[in-house]
Design a protein around this ligand. Structure first.
Ligand code: FES
Length: 60
């Protein structure tokens, strides 16, 4: 997985930033949104973000 890949174009949030948020304790979409800002503009990336959260929270 390319951690530098942008998942949220509106807010310029990368996969790595989602992972960092999950690693620092954010496990819900809402928490990750609060921490990273991802998915707070057009909302079009929310499904992808949720998928990444699921991935990062199940893979330790
Ligand atoms: S692409 Fe993430 S809020 Fe628009």
């Amino acid at each position: 997985m390319d951690m530098d890949e942008i998942v949220c174009n509106c807010m310029n949030v990368t996969k790595g930033m989602i992972k960092d948020a999950v690693d620092s304790g954010s496990v819900t979409l809402e928490e990750v949104q609060n921490v990273t800002g991802a998915g707070t503009a057009c909302g079009g990336c929310i499904d992808n973000i949720q998928q990444l959260i699921d991935e990062f929270t199940t893979k330790e």
